[in-house]
Design a protein around this ligand. Structure first.
Ligand code: KIV
Ligand code: ZN
Length: 542
């Protein structure tokens, strides 16, 4: 597929699973990525950038699974401008209904000189060869000149001309470091159209980072200048300050449709659910005042505002909360609800569960319904998402005991199943019950992990609400030795995030901590494997 038929239709290219997944501490497994990809398909995005297949075997497996299973959107795989990357990206996406290879190389001198340690001529050659190679495999090829907004415009135009001549069908202009200003970015695109008239025959795309808080504004300026694809991520996650937030951009076009006249194919009623799913699986909380999906985005605190909204909603609201799916939480089950009711409720939420999965979900539902009077749609969603995290070959907390008192320091003992299946025990006396349980898990596993982030949220309101705990850990210097990788020096810190949902937050904290350890160890193993393959300068990650 190339340009959309309707000139006013803006394609939404979601990069939650690629640029978003590059955010520090995020490490999603294949099941979690698939779950997000299915939700993105329900949301109606046009393109899912499913990952960076050459980055690790795990990335490859996830992109391939998404390409094979998720119907509707184009499935794209990212590739640096070198033959091995393009081959690997094609291998991963080739089974998709509509595959795309997205290849890139930097055009800014800062990157060419310092990172690639190459010349402009080299870059032209890399762009030519990678697009030509991708085109042999796949009709749909996207090319990005990385760091374009800090690059020489004429040189970038030359590279784009080469990419188009070789058959690129989408040209994406990244503001890689979030440096551009809206007016300047629009002028950059307008001048590129003048220098390379063939840009009008392909889809022009924008990819903006949020370092100055301008990612959505720059993307909007880009579409006003003629771009018809916007690369964005749910909740705006991504490298550093993140990418343009999908929900903000989509709701901007939706809310101001009469003035802007541009549309997307997004079903806005799926936005809230997509946001919750991504937040829960990545462990990245959504700030309460975040536009569109923040807890307070539709809340009115001042008396004057409340009074106005009660009389007429539009006095203080420019959007209706139902438009973004914030009303889809009415469904309620209780402890007398049976298996059929649970399955019907889960189906209404978009989850198909049968057989053993339904049995497990029902067992957990009953446990929760015993403790909680009403189990709401939000509870069920949290429960099902939590089930997705159950994995083999992971650290899992099997049992725990915590003694907490104001008279003596809290003491915790835990049993942890290691990835080898062995159950090991550890004990610790900490500053608080949660600190004690975390350190007891360290003692049991022998990993000297440090806590980097810890958050507890209630899934719904009320005293009996389910507690959702998110943890980020960083592995200490002894980790390599403990996991059979002695002497490994890593480029990045080995961090990992984990989440868990139960009615007992101490238990949830322990489960989440063990999951975070698993993810950090996997990240360390992947990095070690990556470094063992001795990457060259032009193979540095995007
Ligand atoms: O920010 C960037 O330049 C990227 C490219 C790989 C498109 O993410
Ligand atoms: Zn990016």
């Amino acid at each position: 597929m190339t340009a959309p038929q309707d000139p006013d239709r803006v394609l939404i290219f979601d990069t939650t699973l690629r640029d978003g997944e590059q955010s520090p501490g995020i490490s999603l497994n294949t099941t979690e990525k698939l779950e997000i990809a299915h939700q993105l398909a329900r949301l109606g995005v046009d393109v899912i950038e499913a990952g960076f297949p050459i980055a690790s075997p795990g990335d490859f497996e996830a992109v391939q699974a998404i390409a094979r299973e998720v119907e509707g959107p184009i499935i794209a795989g990212l590739a640096r401008a070198n033959p091995a990357d393009v081959d690997r990206a094609w291998e991963a996406v080739r089974d998709a209904e509509r595959p795309r290879i997205h290849t890139f190389v930097s055009t800014s001198d800062i990157h060419i000189v310092h990172q690639l340690q190459a010349t402009r001529e080299d870059v032209k050659g890399l762009a030519r060869a990678s697009v030509a190679q991708a085109k042999e495999y796949c009709e749909d090829v996207e090319f990005s000149p990385m760091d374009a907004t800090r690059a020489d415009l004429d040189f970038t135009a030359e590279v784009l001309q080469i990419a188009i001549d070789e058959g690129a069908t989408t040209i994406n202009i990244p503001d890689t470091v979030g440096y551009a200003m809206p007016q300047e970015y629009a002028e950059f695109l307008t001048t590129l159209y003048e220098r390379v008239p063939e840009l009008r025959d392909v889809v022009l795309s924008v990819h903006c980072h949020d370092d100055l808080g301008l990612a959505v504004a720059n993307s909007f300026a880009g579409v006003l200048a003629g771009a018809r694809q916007v690369e964005c991520a749910i909740n705006g996650i991504g490298e550093r300050a993140g990418n343009a937030s999908l929900e903000e951009f989509v709701m901007l076009l939706h809310t101001r449709a009469a003035d802007v006249g541009l549309t997307t194919g997004v079903n806005t009623r799926e936005i809230a659910r997509a946001s919750r799913l991504v937040s829960r699986l990545t462990g990245y909380a959504v700030q309460p005042n975040k536009a569109i999906v923040g807890r307070n985005a539709f809340a009115h605190e001042s008396g004057i505002h409340q009074d106005g909204v009660l009389k007429e909603r539009t006095t203080y609201e420019i959007m209706d909360a139902t438009t973004v799916g914030l009303d889809a939480n009415q469904l309620v089950l209780g402890k007398h609800s049976g298996r059929h009711a649970l399955r019907a409720a889960l189906e209404e939420l978009g989850y198909q569960v049968d057989g053993q999965t339904l049995n497990t979900a029902f067992k957990r539902f009953k446990e929760i319904a015993d403790k909680k009077k009403q189990v709401t749609a939000l509870d069920l969603e949290a429960l099902v998402t939590d089930e997705l995290r159950e994995e083999v070959a992971a650290y899992t907390m099997e049992w725990f005991e915590v003694e907490a008192s104001s008279r003596r320091p809290p003491h915790a003992t835990v049993g942890v199943r290691t990835p080898d299946g062995e159950v090991v025990q550890g004990a610790f006396t900490g500053d608080g019950p949660i600190d004690a349980i975390f350190r007891a898990i360290n003692a049991a596993t022998g990993l000297d992990a440090r806590l980097r982030d810890f958050r507890v949220d209630a899934v719904t309101g009320g005293q009996d609400a389910l507690g959702e705990v998110s943890v980020v850990v960083e592995l200490g210097p002894n980790a390599g030795e403990r996991i059979g990788l002695p002497g490994v020096l890593l480029r990045e810190r080995a961090t990992g995030a984990g989440q868990a949902v139960t009615t007992d937050i101490i238990e949830a904290a322990g489960i989440a901590y063990a999951r975070a350890l698993t993810n950090a160890v996997r990240r360390m193993q992947a990095q070690a494997a990556d470094e063992a393959s001795e990457p060259t300068a032009e193979l540095a990650t995007p």
